[in-house]
Design a protein around this ligand. Structure first.
Ligand SMILES: CC(C)(COP(=O)(O)OP(=O)(O)OC[C@H]1O[C@@H](n2cnc3c(N)ncnc32)[C@H](O)[C@@H]1OP(=O)(O)O)[C@@H](O)C(=O)NCCC(=O)NCCS
Length: 181
């Protein structure tokens, strides 16, 4: 259920937190992440998040690990799970920049979608991605996410306004895609 071709999705371990803090304070990574993270991040913030996510009924977070060696690559998860309407918001980052563009993010996303649709019985997974992040957009399209709309100039970053894309994939679309392959 949690293993893809390149990655395994595992539980977040407390020992991973310093890596997450380092990665989340790296602007090359964080410039692509949500505005709530646009301030320096301390280990205490991460510990608070860690303790909270273990109790949260409507979030599911996973560590992304290499399948072969179990090396920590990043984090992905479902947020704001609405169990009545069976939808959730997807988020991901690969913190090890040397591994970008090598298929890990796409494999982690597909693995999480399999969990979302085939185990958690969700119906719709949605995400937000900045227009200046073509690597992420390409990866999401490969997983079957479709563009649903653009929040024009929704983000002010690095001295300029940027559009934010809303993308989503439905359960039936996931099933159709995976029947073909
Ligand atoms: C976004 C992210 C999760 C993608 O994971 P990844 O492992 O780097 O991506 P993958 O290798 O699986 O797929 C990327 C695809 O984009 C393509 N790509 C890379 N740069 C591109 C560009 N400038 N334009 C178009 N496509 C591009 C790659 O060629 C690849 O497609 P391919 O496998 O068909 O060749 C990862 O790069 C990351 O964590 N980035 C920083 C944080 C972030 O952006 N998080 C998402 C916020 S919404």
């Amino acid at each position: 259920m949690f293993t893809g071709e390149l990655v395994t999705l595992g539980p977040i371990q407390r020992e991973y937190l310093p890596h997450y803090v380092e990665w989340l304070n790296d602007w090359e990574i964080r410039r692509f992440l949500a505005p709530t993270l646009a301030q320096p991040y301390a280990i205490e913030d991460e510990e608070e998040w860690f303790n909270h996510q273990r109790q949260a009924k409507n979030d599911r977070h996973f560590a992304i690990l290499t399948r072969e060696q179990g090396l920590l690559l990043g984090n992905c998860g479902l947020h704001q799970i609405d169990w009545s309407n069976r939808n959730a918001i997807f988020g991901i980052f690969i913190g090890d920049k040397n591994r970008w563009g090598k298929g890990y993010g796409t494999d982690a996303t597909r693995t999480l979608l399999r969990f979302a649709f085939e185990e958690a019985n969700l119906h719709r997974i949605e995400l937000e991605v900045f227009a200046f992040n073509p690597r992420a957009i390409c990866s999401y399209e490969k997983c079957g996410f479709k563009l649903e709309g653009v929040r024009r100039q929704a983000l002010f970053r690095e001295g300029a306004w940027h559009d934010e894309h809303i993308m989503a994939i439905l359960h039936d679309e996931w099933i159709a895609l995976n029947r073909k392959s």
